[in-house]
Design a protein around this ligand. Structure first.
Ligand code: P5A
Length: 446
């Protein structure tokens, strides 16, 4: 993309309404614009990152055998009356009446809708196990929408639902989701710690939230510092292997880590004092096992091996896709702007032409731009006529991990400058070598 033809409405001033750094930077970098309280338009740069995050979520869901689909945002209230949640959900649910006077709602979650699909089409235990998921907008009429996309009213969620014959199989689905989520977040450059949580309106006893540590997080968290040494890394886990998934769950959840909702001072005090930590965290996902809470009242049964109908065991599993943008920025920025991890960056590298209009500089930039694109990369070429300072400030603000700076002086010696946004280190090298270095960085990621 050429910056001169892009739509990147960066702001010079710091917007006064934004209280936390990720919200400020998303507004300043021209990623989002508030449409009304807790509801945002996604401008091109923000939309690009949102799509990259969605892509990682899709890949990791499908890696473990979950099946993508799409359910609507608007739902009929009838299903919620069947499950008993229509009244229980409270004022967070946006209730709508259509012209036929039918009660509708903008889905805050989809347990009912998916259970209805399941009961209509699945009749035998032979069709299990089954996990369906989608990435779809949700609406929760939060009492205090704030912090930009972190606590929105309309927000994008990956929500998945597993259907199993037995509790044991459903608990395997729970463990499999935990494994898959660890990998998903690490690909986005995040450490998200599973913590025992409360199930709230979703229900069930077994539930873990995934928290990214950040000062601006809304949850208070208590944990054993050893937990931050754990990395999922590039382990290959067979997603059908119950014991292997259970071992990962055990490894990542056996040390103390809880949010304030479930914190127990007596148990925490058994952790050696020098390892006890209190911090704040951003909840970027949650997994639930709730057994037959929905399948029983809604009649979602299958014929078991003995021919008798049994209600299926279910769980649901959510990732806060739009919230993740805020969480990643909270975890990765400096006083000049965002620092995107390579896995989610909107553009893989920026090319800054210090002398637009100079035949040699223009030609060198064009060649770099074409070479990066030929490798399947997505560069942003700043081909505007601005000064070097302003160009660098914009690149630093929008946070592309790599910048190639091209100017007549360097070109006389046959070199351009390659700069890492994270370390700030610059190195001069021939243009081909800069392309090669960037290609190497992304080879293991794309
Ligand atoms: C699991 C999937 C559920 O709704 N039903 C379907 C279950 N879980 S949850 O924990 O309530 O939500 C899942 C994730 O969505 C994000 N989230 C939000 N993001 C932005 N703004 C909000 N107001 C908001 N509410 C929830 C969180 O990341 C949460 O973990």
């Amino acid at each position: 993309m050429r910056l001169s033809r892009y739509f990147l409405p960066v702001l010079k001033e710091t917007p006064s309404e934004a209280q936390i750094v990720s919200h400020r930077l998303m507004l300043r970098a021209g990623m989002i614009k508030q449409a009304s309280a807790g509801i945002y338009s996604w401008l091109p740069l923000g939309f690009k990152v949102l799509k990259r995050i969605e892509q990682i979520v899709h890949e990791e869901q499908q890696r473990v055998g979950h099946i993508p689909m799409l359910m609507p945002t608007l739902q009929s209230a009838d299903l919620w009356k069947e499950s008993g949640r229509y009244d229980a959900y409270g004022p967070e649910m946006l209730r709508i009446r259509d012209r036929q006077d039918r009660d509708m709602l903008y889905g805050p979650t989809n347990e009912e809708l998916i259970t209805d699909i399941f009961r209509s089409h699945v009749g035998s235990y032979k069709d299990l196990p089954l996990t369906l998921y989608h990435i779809q907008w949700k609406f929760r009429d939060e009492i205090r929408p704030r912090f930009g996309v972190m606590r929105g009213r309309e927000f994008l969620m990956k929500d998945g639902y597993n259907f199993d014959l037995t509790k044991e199989d459903a608990l395997h689905a729970y463990n499999r989701h935990l494994v898959s989520y660890l990998r998903t977040y690490e690909r986005m450059g995040l450490q998200a710690i599973p913590m025992r949580a409360d199930s709230g309106p979703i229900g069930g006893d077994d539930t873990h939230e995934f928290l990214v540590l950040a000062e601006t997080g809304e949850s208070e968290v208590f944990y054993d510092s050893q937990i931050t040494d754990l990395k999922f890394g590039d382990r290959e886990i067979d997603h059908d292997d119950h014991a292997a998934c259970a071992a990962v769950l055990e490894e990542f959840t056996s040390r103390y880590a809880r949010t304030d909702e479930t914190h127990d001072e007596a148990i925490f005090s058994q952790v050696p004092e020098d390892r006890r930590r209190t911090a704040r965290g951003i909840e970027v996902g949650q997994i639930f096992y709730f057994g037959t809470k929905y399948s029983e009242p809604m009649g979602a049964t299958v014929q078991g091996p003995d021919g008798k109908p049994v209600p299926v065991h279910m769980g649901s599993h959510g990732i806060g896709v739009s919230r993740l943008l805020g969480a990643i920025i909270e975890a990765s920025h400096d006083d000049r702007g965002i620092i995107w991890p390579e896995g989610v960056t909107p553009f893989h590298a920026g090319i800054v032409n210090l002398k637009q209009g100079d035949a040699e500089a223009d030609a060198a930039c064009e060649a770099l731009y074409d070479a990066l694109k030929a490798l399947g990369l997505d560069p942003l070429y700043d081909d505007t006529k601005g000064g070097a300072g302003a160009k660098f400030a914009t690149m630093d603000l929008i946070g592309l991990p790599w910048r190639i700076t091209v100017g007549p002086r360097g070109l006389k010696n046959g070199v351009v400058e390659l700069t890492s946004r994270r370390t700030g280190e610059s190195e001069e090298m021939p243009p081909e070598q800069a392309v090669e270095r960037i290609a190497q960085v992304y080879a293991g990621i794309l």
